[in-house]
Ligand binder design. Sequence first.
Ligand code: 2NL
Length: 347
Amino acid sequence: MFEKINQYIAEAEAANPSGKEDLEAYRLQYLGKKGVLTDLFAVMKEVPAEQRKEFGQLVNKLKNIAENKVNAIREQLENQVDSNAVAIDLTLPGASQEVGAMHPISIVRNEINRIFSRIGFTVSDGPEVEDDWHNFSALNFPPEHPARDMQDTFFINLNPNEEHYYGQLALRTHTSSVQIRVLDNQEPPVRTICPGRVYRNEAISARAHCFFHQVEGFYIDKGVSFADLKQTLLYFAQEMFGSETKIRLRPSYFPFTEPSAEMDISCSLCKGDGCNVCKHTGWVEILGCGMIDPAVLENCNIDSTVYTGFAFGMGIERITMLKYGVKDLRLFSENDLRFLKQFRGVV
Ligand code: 2NL
């Protein structure tokens, strides 16, 4: 009997319950209603009187050991929870999520779309790989015309034995090709702008790249005049660069317009006083335009004796450089976050 209690005492002392569940199991084993101590107290009556005192002392010893251990470990566990709580500092800032920015070319393209949408222009889209007809021939560039050399691009040579490039597919050199496609499907009156990426075979520098972005626009209806062109472009310039902006038109040449002009705006940086951007002239060129050549209208099965139209084209990079003072075209396609992050706040 005594041997058994001493064994219990040794076990109770040696046990080292870790964690809440272990501790509860230990408590039930010794102190629970159906535990060792309940049994021992029950047999106490049957112990012979001369041994009962010693027996009682040993049972008490076991009870104290079990109780003390349960209390000590419980306290230890509670303190541990506290120390964990201290390790989590709820006042620390959370892990931050990087906020992106719109690309400056997208910002300006969207702004151009909004400005022309307000005066009834729709926005049209088309393929970047074009056939000769939509990129050149329909626009009055006959085969072997020198104007094709100025728009040298990347050709997809379908027939390597063929010496001439015309008749083959190419990366579009302007988005006029989209306007020709609009006219394939729609009768005048038409008023649309075509934003998109275009390609030229050029050496890359601060001012030229082998791809850039363009917005072209046109309006074809009965009685559209050069005055309509001028007023539309004045409205655009003032919405884009501020209501004080002035415009001037200089005669120019494009194969697909007659007459043709280049448009300057009064320098938005120096307000016409003269600076590096306007090369001290007070004016900067922003786009080309003109009345659509009757030959182009006829190519699209539009009766040029009934309808007239104006058209214009601008480089989005150029507008963006002027609006945000960007000095090098290459910054737009190098993905340098130091540059792109500067447009975070612009909508
Ligand atoms: C420039 C000049 C221009 C056009 C584009 C056009 C389109 C059709 C018919 C006639 Cl479908 N013209 N587009 C007209 C004049 C100038 O772009 O400097 N672009 C960057």
